[in-house]
Design a protein around this ligand. Structure first.
Ligand code: ADP
Length: 463
């Protein structure tokens, strides 16, 4: 990740208590990858699978003007005097990146919308971004791709400048306290919790803890900020209590109870809606996605967007990037391989049923990861859900997904339900199986957790 970053080196150094009066070099870029370094770049080495500090010499060779380095890191012994002069010593480079981002963000006064939740963050961010665009693309900053973690969020914030009026910032997390650290950097005055569900429950331990982790967003929001939560959110009292404690006002949204939006008719491709008293075609199937729609309408109204601006923004939404993207061919393949958790699986399976209308519909489902000791429970639960859905067949792939299939086959309706283990040969077997058994024109949803790389199956089915 690289971003334009216009600072004097002295300013950045002084954030970390380094007030050496050296020559006041200009910094023009900031990056976490040494391969992106060009002249006048500040290099931020992070610890991941590899320790980014190992690439400091590479960054310097490519022209880095300065680099962050953790205190007493062994790399410092390998650098010569001139190279060491370029070091900015910090305790933790990831937190230091956040500190620089926070300094940058606080120099400006845009309205910042922070979006978090177990599922639906990206969709909500996209929808909010499209509404925000109505005030002019050069006056807004919207999270790009999935830059929603402690590395991505700082880079989103670095894009803020004096022209920025509105920031739409997606905030993701896998662990407790990550949203707390992010919210102090982002400082949103509008927050949206898309939903609370069993995503990353392996790390968090319970859905209640997940709700608490999402509620951390309130800590950085400031008095009189506004937090939007789903009307029927799990552990609502956690949000109510914390909002009161921090004097943040709580607003709930709901598709059912929103006087400004009504579903007039459910159609296979989506919904005919009534938005602010006028008809609007919404060509995305799935009621859960409409919850995100409703959240954005509520927040946008609070921000005084006009009805026309909201309608125009929302009408331009298109699903993309492995998120329920329908590919028409011999089969109607629904590529939803971006990721999966118990809620998003159910959401997409319901949308599959809706879009298939009178045709046969099948699902190829991979494992849902990061469920830890709850893996068995949630895979079996999903099997039960599949039973009630009327699927013409279910093909499972991986390890835990066999449990989805087990529940499906043990039901009264004995349907097509083979299981394939995760291997290259098995992918080929799965693809041949589908091609030999599933009739032309059927709808096939392909979904699983990111690490299952279910797009390999999509590729095989469309070729
Ligand atoms: P995230 O960015 O939080 O991973 P996305 O917007 O990419 O979420 O949506 C991922 C999946 O979650 C999709 O398959 C979609 O069907 C499902 N989904 C979207 N919004 C919701 C919601 N509000 N509640 C439950 N599931 C949802």
């Amino acid at each position: 990740m690289i971003e334009i970053f216009s600072y004097n080196l002295f300013t950045i150094r002084s954030l970390f208590g380094d007030t050496r009066l050296s020559e006041n070099n200009k910094v023009s870029y900031i990056t976490t990858s040494s391969t992106e370094v060009k002249s006048k770049t500040l290099f931020v080495p992070l610890r991941g699978n590899k320790d980014g500090h190992e690439f400091i010499l590479d960054a310097l060779t490519r022209g880095a003007v300065a680099f962050l380095c953790e205190r007493n890191h062994p790399i410092l012994k390998e650098l010569n005097f001139e190279e060491i002069q370029k070091a900015i010593i910090v305790d933790n480079t990831l937190y230091a990146l956040g500190k620089i981002a926070s300094f940058h963000r606080n120099r400006f006064q845009p309205i910042v919308i922070g979006i978090t939740g177990s599922s639906g963050k990206t969709t909500t961010k996209e929808l909010m971004g499209l509404v925000a665009e109505q005030i002019g693309k050069n006056q807004i900053v919207v999270t790009e791709k999935n830059y929603n973690n402690e590395i991505g969020v700082p880079f989103t914030l670095f894009r803020i400048n004096e022209k920025t009026k509105l920031v739409v910032c997606e905030m993701g997390m896998n662990h407790k306290n990550e949203i707390a650290r992010l919210t102090y950097i982002v400082r949103p005055s509008i927050g949206i919790i898309t939903n609370v569900g069993p995503c990353h429950i392996e790390n968090l331990g319970s859905v209640e803890n997940i709700a608490k982790a999402k509620a951390e967003i309130i800590e950085g929001m400031g008095i009189a900020s506004k937090l939007f939560i789903p009307k029927d959110v799990l552990f609502k009292e956690i949000f109510q209590h914390k909002a009161k404690q921090y004097k943040v006002s709580l607003h709930s949204f709901s598709m059912q109870k929103n006087s400004e939006i009504q579903i007039e008719r459910v159609i296979p491709e989506g919904f005919e809606l009534n938005l602010f008293g006028k008809k609007m075609d919404w060509k995305i199937p799935g009621e859960k996605i409409l919850e995100n729609f409703s959240a954005v309408v509520s927040a946008a109204r609070e921000l005084n967007f006009s009805q026309d601006e909201i309608r125009k923004g929302l009408s331009s939404y298109k699903a993309k990037d492995k998120r329920f993207v329908v590919k028409k061919g011999f089969y109607q393949i629904i590529n939803d391989t971006y990721n999966a958790n118990p809620d998003s699986m159910k959401s997409s399976l319901s949308a599959l049923k809706q879009i298939s209308s009178d045709s046969h519909y099948y699902a190829v489902l991979g494992d849902m990861k990061e469920l830890g000791k709850f893996s068995k429970y949630y895979h079996l639960e999903l099997g039960e859900f599949c039973n009630n859905l009327g699927l013409s067949g279910l093909i499972t792939f991986g390890k835990y997904s066999e449990l989805i299939s087990k529940k499906f086959t043990t039901s009264k309706n004995k349907k097509l339900s083979p299981h394939f283990i995760d291997s290259n040969e098995s992918i080929e077997g799965l693809i041949s199986f589908v091609k030999s058994k599933i009739p032309k024109g059927s709808f096939i949803l392909v979904k699983g957790s990111r690490s299952m790389k279910m797009e390999r199956i999509v590729e095989g089915l469309i070729h």
